[in-house]
Design a binder for this molecule. Structure first.
Ligand SMILES: Nc1ncnc2c1ncn2[C@@H]1O[C@H](COP(=O)(O)OP(=O)(O)O)[C@@H](O)[C@H]1O
Ligand SMILES: O=P(O)(O)OC[C@H](O)CO
Length: 500
């Protein structure tokens, strides 16, 4: 019997590293997952230990590969990598050893630097070049911070021995035994150092952030060759043929590559991407322009709304408030009460992202009474994710895009109560696919196309199937009252931030 071609997809996420093996029909054959420690050394700071990222990646990859090969008699033919974006790490090119912890996308330590940039009148030019905005979220100010504050970094950079990367580049470097310092264009487009119009690192931005060009990886398109793994790691060399930032990979895994198609991923944060095909669409209402995955010569783009806290509200309820034991409990608790009783949670724990972009905002709860208990608080926290998505949809609409249906994925979409509420608030059909691991699937698609395991994107489109559709059923008056309550809560939160 001919052996089945298999694809290993490494999904290095904010809270865990996952490895999934897919077959030539885009089905999951095996998977392994390992959570790792989050470091919060100061208020607003979030770090990851790069060795934890490396260890959990190799461990889960090994586990998933062994299981899949034993189960099917097939062989892993290629690897796709997808990763939490913007998170910034530097390492010594000679040893591959990181200089300190990675600064995570949620980290706010560079708020002051961002404020200075805004006040210096650079916003419009930065937006024009990058499609992004000025915010600590992106990599550039984090890298600048490292060069200024991490011992030895600037000296190594001057010697040409310092490497910068988002997590994809770090993993490629280590997996290829230090042979390749590469990133892909979707990850590059999130650094604030990449010119979205020209498709390359931008000298004006490098100069502005004082970043030496020698620290930067070379950029490839997402479905291309990123070298082969060092045989000492998995016992043999395996080509890395697909790399993309996790949100772009999720859009690809959801087959959202025609202009106008929209996906929204609910992991730690929520990231909504609307494909704009081969055009860069410039939002006038707080959304970003970003590079999407492509499989041909023509570059592809998307409009993105980024919300920093989505599934992480469940972790907050579990780990900080201790009012639930498991994220899955939020579904039955939210459904156990008939309304939010006027309670609104604004989970601006790490500032507010799109469309407000206020890195100084902090979380708030409104409408508490002596009667407010864990069920109402949980419901309000989950509802907040839907209201935040509604703010993104309002931005898309005011930018002239139409929103007919949204394909959703990520850990939080296991919560059907949330998806029904989301559909009610958005007044839009929500499609949950059979495979909600779209991120990993997207990276597998990118690698599998390059390897010839999949013949074209039409074939991949046919592999997408929905598990359940959620359609709006709430009374317009009820919806309006809820959205107004949310808007008032956000306004008060922003006002409070402006006082500091
Ligand atoms: N049933 C659920 N209801 C609400 N949130 C959930 C549920 N299941 C998982 N989550 C949340 O989803 C997130 C995990 O999703 P995942 O896609 O794995 O995230 P990431 O890739 O950011 O690490 C966690 O924040 C978790 O709290
Ligand atoms: O790891 P996730 O799924 O929370 O995604 C993080 C995003 O890429 C941040 O931009």
């Amino acid at each position: 019997m001919a052996s089945t071609p298999l694809i290993l997809s490494i999904d290095q996420g904010t809270t865990s590293s996952r490895s999934l093996v897919f077959d030539a029909n885009g089905r999951i054959v095996s998977s392994a997952q390992c959570e790792y420690k989050q470091h919060f050394p100061k208020p607003g700071w979030v770090e990851h230990n790069p060795d934890d990222i490396w260890r959990t990646t190799v461990q889960t990859a090994d586990e998933a590969m062994t299981a899949a090969e034993q189960q099917t008699g097939g062989k892993i033919e290629c690897i796709g990598i997808t990763n939490q974006r913007e998170t910034t790490v530097v390492w010594d090119k000679r040893s591959g050893q990181a200089l300190g912890n990675a600064i995570v996308w949620q980290d706010r330590r560079t708020s002051g630097h961002c404020e200075e940039l805004r006040l210096s009148g650079k916003l419009d030019e930065i937006v024009r070049r990058t499609g992004l905005t000025i915010d600590p979220y992106f990599s550039a100010t984090k890298l600048r911070w490292i060069l200024e504050n991490v011992e030895g970094a600037i000296d190594l950079a001057e010697q040409g021995n310092l490497a910068f990367g988002t997590i994809d580049a770090f993993l490629i470097y280590r997996l290829t035994g230090g042979k390749h310092h590469l990133t892909d264009e979707t990850n590059a487009s999130r650094t604030l150092l990449y010119n979205i119009n020209e498709g390359d690192w931008d000298d004006w931005l490098l100069n502005l952030f004082e970043i030496p060009r020698s620290v930067l990886p070379d950029i490839r398109s997402s479905s291309s060759s990123f070298g082969e793994t060092d045989p000492q790691i998995f016992g043999r060399s395996i080509p890395i043929l697909g790399v993309a930032g996790d949100q772009q990979a999720a859009a690809f895994g959801q087959a959202c590559w025609h202009a106008g198609m929209i996906k929204s991923t609910y992991g730690t944060g929520c990231f909504m991407l609307a494909s704009s095909g081969n055009k860069i669409v410039r939002s006038q209402s707080g959304l970003l322009s970003t590079v999407a995955c492509r499989t041909s010569a023509e570059r592809q783009f998307a409009v993105e709304g980024s919300i920093f806290i989505a599934g992480a509200v469940s972790q907050w309820l579990r780990d900080e408030l201790h009012i639930i034991e498991d994220a899955a409990e939020t579904e039955s608790l939210a459904a156990s009460v008939s309304s939010n009783e006027g309670v609104y949670v604004v989970p601006a724990f790490t500032g507010l992202g799109a469309p407000h972009w206020d890195s100084t905002a902090r979380g708030a709860i409104f409408g508490l009474t002596r009667n407010t208990g864990r069920a109402v608080l949980t419901r309000a926290a989950i509802e907040a994710v839907a209201y935040q998505t509604n703010d993104l949809v309002a931005s898309l609409i005011s930018d002239g895009l139409s929103v007919d249906a949204i394909r959703v994925d990520g850990g939080m979409v296991a919560n059907s109560w949330f998806l029904q509420f989301l559909s009610d608030i958005l007044e839009v059909r929500i499609d949950r696919p059979v495979i909600i691991e779209s991120t990993a699937r997207g990276a597998a698609f990118l690698a599998g196309l390059k390897a010839g395991i999949f013949s074209n994107t039409e074939q991949l489109e046919e592999l997408w199937a929905h598990d359940r559709q959620f359609t709006p059923s709430m009374l317009a008056s009820e919806r309006q009252a809820l959205v107004s309550g949310w808007q008032a809560a956000v306004k008060a939160t922003l006002f409070h931030a402006s006082l500091n």
